[in-house]
Design a protein around this ligand. Structure first.
Ligand SMILES: *Cc1c(COP(=O)(O)O)cnc(C)c1O
Length: 380
């Protein structure tokens, strides 16, 4: 019996613990301390983002986005069903009607050719989700948004440091959102950021994030007292988390090249099985620069996927799948959606398998994973 290879493992790459100590010793560990500001500036300068504010999660950033877009009961939001629940919940919380569209079989991103037929006079926002750190067809999506005067909120939870035609994901739409959850590329345990590209949202974003007060302006000395001016919540993280994150950002290139190496190894080892028609590998279009967020394979059918998953597990290797399509979740069904409406989403959901993928994954471990997969297909 081999050692266990987990699906994910949080990692330290530089001065994380030192910066946490620095943050504590600075005497300010609440939100918007020294390291939060360093992280915000890092993204603004490195990614060319107009305004970046750390949040305690990508979920929080998406909730802020829904408020900023002015979502009211009955407004329609177009999004994929194949995504994490927060993409939907953030808008559903504000009373939006969710209009799901199917995904493309090659990238598992929202199928841009299905968006325009979903637009009505109640549509307010399109939410492309950059699956696995590979961009959606943003030129098409932005053109549809301009034509119909819609906002675009990019869920770039998985797309931090990835690009589309040279532009960083999250900086293309009106708003972008990032995640630094421990399963993502750059981590702080829980964490996220909202990227504001449409300048008209900047002032209100600061207010919503600070409990509906104009405290950010007060701290900058722009006003002499702060007060309740709008709806809002507490969306800012402790500076201790920002300290951890900043050390990761200082090593953004190192993290990216390690992930590329892990990705290329899996690809290289599994191409023969793909050529034999046993499985399908991810596709990265030439205009997309991936951040190698995750590595997935698509199996022939659900039975093969589950058998392979069980086989790997019996060898101590933890491979997982996602997502249960939102339209056939209990909440999706309660909205009137039903099985069969989004065939690509439903098919991919039962055939997809994610392989162990994390910064500290060793080459011996990767070999164990790929050899196990080959052995499975030899006997299958
Ligand atoms: C991880 C993820 C989120 C949620 O991120 P949190 O930081 O955990 O709130 C949202 N959307 C997508 C597509 C994700 O992968």
């Amino acid at each position: 019996m081999s050692n266990k290879i987990p699906f994910n493992k949080p990692f330290i790459v530089g001065k994380e613990l030192y910066y946490i100590a620095q943050s504590v010793l600075s005497g300010k560990i609440a939100g918007d301390g020294l390291y939060t500001k360093k992280c915000n500036s890092f993204f603004e300068e490195m990614f060319g983002a107009r305004k970046v504010l750390l949040t305690h999660s990508c979920t929080a950033a998406l909730e802020m986005a829904a408020i900023l877009c002015g979502i009211e009961k009955g407004d329609e939001v177009i999004l994929p069903s194949f995504t994490f629940v927060s993409t939907a919940n953030a808008f559903y919380l504000r009373g939006a009607k969710l209009i799901f569209v199917d995904i493309r079989p090659d990238t598992l991103n929202m199928d841009e050719t299905k968006i325009e037929q979903a637009v009505t006079d109640r549509t307010k926002v399109i939410v492309p989700v950059h699956y696995a750190g590979v961009a959606c067809e943003m030129d098409t999506i932005m053109a549809i948004a301009h034509k119909h005067s819609l906002f675009v909120v990019e869920d770039a939870a998985q797309g931090v440091n990835a690009k589309y035609k040279g532009q960083f994901l999250g900086t293309i739409g009106d708003i972008g959102t990032f995640s630094f959850h421990e399963t993502k590329n750059f981590i702080s345990g829980e964490g996220g950021a909202i990227v504001i590209n449409n300048a008209k949202f900047i002032d209100r974003a600061e207010i919503i994030r600070e409990k509906g007060t104009n405290r950010s302006k007060f701290f900058r000395g722009e006003i002499d007292k702060y007060t309740w001016v709008d709806i809002g919540s507490s969306y800012l993280p402790s500076d201790i988390l920002a300290a951890f994150l900043y050390a990761q950002l200082e090593n953004i290139g190192k993290i990216n090249s390690r992930r590329k190496r892990l990705n290329d190894f899996y690809s290289r080892e599994l191409i023969p099985l793909a050529n034999d028609g046993k499985l399908q590998l991810p596709n990265i279009a030439s205009e997309c620069q991936s951040n190698y967020h995750l590595f997935y394979i698509i199996l022939e059918d659900e039975k093969t996927r589950n058998a392979l998953m069980d086989y790997l597990k019996s060898n101590g290797i933890f491979a997982v799948f996602h997502y249960i399509p939102l339209h056939i979740s209990p909440v999706g069904l309660s909205m009137g959606y039903s099985e069969g409406q989004f065939p690509v989403t439903e098919s991919m959901s039962v055939r997809l398998l994610r392989l162990p993928f994390y910064f500290d994954l060793k080459q011996e471990e990767q070999i164990e994973v790929t050899e196990s997969i080959k052995k499975f297909f030899k006997n299958h």
